[in-house]
Design a protein around this ligand. Sequence first.
Ligand SMILES: *[C@@H]1O[C@H](CO)[C@@H](O)[C@H](O)[C@H]1NC(C)=O
Ligand SMILES: *[C@@H]1O[C@H](CO)[C@@H](O)[C@H](O)[C@H]1NC(C)=O
Ligand SMILES: *[C@@H]1O[C@H](CO)[C@@H](O)[C@H](O)[C@H]1NC(C)=O
Ligand SMILES: *[C@@H]1O[C@H](CO)[C@@H](O)[C@H](O)[C@H]1NC(C)=O
Ligand SMILES: *[C@@H]1O[C@H](CO)[C@@H](O)[C@H](O)[C@H]1NC(C)=O
Ligand SMILES: *[C@@H]1O[C@H](CO)[C@@H](O)[C@H](O)[C@H]1NC(C)=O
Ligand SMILES: *[C@@H]1O[C@H](CO)[C@@H](O)[C@H](O)[C@H]1NC(C)=O
Length: 535
Amino acid sequence: MHYLLSTFAAGWLIAPALVLGHSIGIRSGRATLCATNGRQVTHNDSNIWPWQTYQSSNITPPYLTINRTGEDLASGLLFIGQENDQSTGVKQVSPFILTDDNELVWGGPEGDSSNFRQQYWGDQSVITFWVGTGKAAYGADAGRGWGEVQIYDDQYNLIKSVCPQLNLTMPTDTTTDCDADVHESFITEDNTILVTAYNTTQADLTSLGGPKDGWVYDSIAVEIDLETNEPVFIWSPLAHLEINATHEEYSGSNQTDPFDWFHINSVQKWNDHYLINSRHLWRTYLVNRQGEIVWYIDGENGGTFGSLPNDVTFSWQHMARIRNVSSTQALISWFANDLDTATSTVPSKGLTLRLTLPPSPEHPPELVTNFYDHQYPVSSAAEGSFFPLPNGNTLMGYGDEPYIKEYGPSGDVRWSAQFAGYNLGQSYRAYKQEWHATPSTQPNLVVSKATTGDDLEQCAGKSSTLRGYVSWNGATDVEKYRVYAGSDANSLKLLGDIDKKGFETKFSIPKGIKAVEVAAIQAGNIIRKSEIVHV
Ligand SMILES: *[C@@H]1O[C@H](CO)[C@@H](O)[C@H](O)[C@H]1NC(C)=O
Ligand SMILES: *[C@@H]1O[C@H](CO)[C@@H](O)[C@H](O)[C@H]1NC(C)=O
Ligand SMILES: *[C@@H]1O[C@H](CO)[C@@H](O)[C@H](O)[C@H]1NC(C)=O
Ligand SMILES: *[C@@H]1O[C@H](CO)[C@@H](O)[C@H](O)[C@H]1NC(C)=O
Ligand SMILES: *[C@@H]1O[C@H](CO)[C@@H](O)[C@H](O)[C@H]1NC(C)=O
Ligand SMILES: *[C@@H]1O[C@H](CO)[C@@H](O)[C@H](O)[C@H]1NC(C)=O
Ligand SMILES: *[C@@H]1O[C@H](CO)[C@@H](O)[C@H](O)[C@H]1NC(C)=O
């Protein structure tokens, strides 16, 4: 069964009409070009969230269900790295760029794509994501992976694969070519990238009731020089901390399933220091270049900074980020999961604290944000992101749960979206960012027969029996498509312009046409043409 949930006939466009050799359409002697959004929404499997389909592309992004209040949202595009939680929650496991109006912009290669985002490499705006082995949240490798960070330019050319070679010891039966873990891929201003990596090693576990030579993960912070691919900084938690500081329950381990006592999940470089987040210690550390701990914040008792403000403890947290730094103050934010099992109903929160520097218990942290959705709370046991937006809003990605919400400056939920069933889909983090790209590919045009009574018939008339469908995967700034048509490829004439409608624009083709070509128009100029399609 194939259920059509909705089609999107977003108003007709009557293009500047041009004289053709025959008479069709509503004006005698002139062709009428009609256009609409070509997308359809499909839902034919109760386990899989509804997805979008197109004629001119086989990409099948999620069909977001969106609630919005109408209050201002930040500009920018949504970046999600959609993955399954179970084996079948989402139609396509890929990185996706979408608008906050639910239109696809880019569908990337199939496969896990942790931490998909835009960032700057020097002056160059690029997109990055992790690919490799291991899953972000389920299966034997739950919560970590081994792979590479891919960097793409604004034509979607892969310009760099960051494949760290760290001589890691792997868990039994696991092999990899590259050693970067799923959790971080932060390009710094020093032409380096920060990644995390999970090493397997032995440690004394007697303080936890385990053996003297137990197996653990040492989840390390690594800075890689993007020129030489060599590590220039490595920080090992095992070399600096006691394993019994963990909140993770110890119930045995071996080389197949080492004990993940620290669980690093974010690293940020700040003034030649490193902000390192440990999910399982409920702590965030500031470490200097020599590897010494300068200070730390503890989610239960505040750590070096003294006690946390009332009622804002945090635990199992993700994405620690420091910003708005002066010599005496800084803001630090987290996505605070506050739970590590899917059975808890504590709502996860976007937490921001104002720190007084240098740290002193006399000036404890002050609460800046404690954002969660009071009406439709989401409890996420793993992953997640809390990302400030330029207009003062923040974007919260719920990680292991398939929700994204944009909050206003005072914590009001202005926009929320769901992209998979509860516990069935995930995106490790979610970002909303500016991104302008012109793909190195061509716009893709297909022509097919109109179905009787379709959404363009009333505008185009019954004599127009063909429909064109054009999309250009990844193009961000196309305004219009210019349509050329004729009785053969050598006699193409300008038919008119149609406004771009979503990812795929569907348009009517006048009677008698045998060849069609479409050009993408940006800022008034043709920037790329499709192939000529013979009909
Ligand atoms: C569901 O849709 C897919 C295409 O996405 C198709 O291959 C499959 O046959 C459909 N299943 C049913 C039961 O209609
Ligand atoms: C990995 O091993 C090679 C060969 O022994 C060595 O040259 C390199 O420095 C090592 N790298 C690290 C990060 O330890
Ligand atoms: C990984 O652990 C092994 C011991 O199992 C150790 O020899 C190696 O130096 C560690 N590598 C890093 C990069 O910490
Ligand atoms: C951790 O174990 C060490 C001994 O290895 C002990 O001195 C310390 O008190 C323990 N800390 C906690 C928090 O249990
Ligand atoms: C490794 O330890 C886990 C528990 O931590 C256990 O479930 C598994 O069976 C063990 N595997 C082996 C090969 O001993
Ligand atoms: C952070 O700094 C920016 C720029 O100085 C300022 O606009 C913003 O209000 C500050 N945010 C907070 C929460 O203090
Ligand atoms: C959107 O609102 C509906 C109620 O109208 C609610 O059931 C749903 O959970 C909301 N979705 C999100 C993503 O918050």
